[in-house]
Design a protein around this ligand. Structure first.
Ligand code: MN
Length: 163
């Protein structure tokens, strides 16, 4: 069995944000993260749980029509992940972890890697936190250091212009 996929899409709509999506039970379970992922374990990024998306949407890059919410979408990072969630020390499934409001993953992307945890703080609101160790780098901000698409190499401005 191959590892499930994750994707992070930079989405410039009414508000600028990064849609962080993990393949769980055949769909892309999604959060909108206004500032995108950090590589600094001391940073907590707000993440709002949004609607699940079809797996096919993971490769989408372009300009959305108004019926789909509008805005420019870029495949900012993608790769695979492993669920490393635990409850009282025992491994639990990603679906159980979602229900618990405490999902931990080990991601292997082109830009970000290593452990991340999503913790629900109430309602649809969660926090995205980088783990110490692999992939951690407090001195860098990956969204500004690595702004191009991993799919096409394009910037947000080029996608907006070309569609
Ligand atoms: Mn979005």
């Amino acid at each position: 069995m191959t590892d499930p996929i994750f994707v992070i899409q930079h989405h410039l709509a009414t508000a600028d944000h990064y849609d962080v999506r993990f393949e769980i039970q055949g769909v892309l379970v999604s959060w909108a993260v206004p500032k995108g992922p950090s590589t600094d374990p001391r940073v907590r990024r707000l993440a709002k749980r949004t609607g699940d998306h079809d797996l096919a949407y993971a490769d989408y890059e372009g300009v959305l029509g108004p019926r789909r919410g509008g805005g420019t979408v870029q495949v900012w990072d993608r790769g695979t992940f492993r669920n490393i969630s635990r409850r009282k020390g025992e491994p639990i499934s990603a679906a159980e972890a979602l229900d618990e409001g405490h999902l931990s993953v080990d991601v292997a992307g082109e830009k970000i890697s290593g452990g991340y945890t999503l913790i629900r703080t109430g309602g649809d609101m969660w926090l995205l936190i980088k783990h110490k160790g692999a992939g951690a780098d407090p001195s860098s901000e990956p969204t500004s250091a690595l702004p191009e698409s991993v799919l096409t190499g394009r910037t947000m401005a080029q996608i907006a212009e070309q569609g």
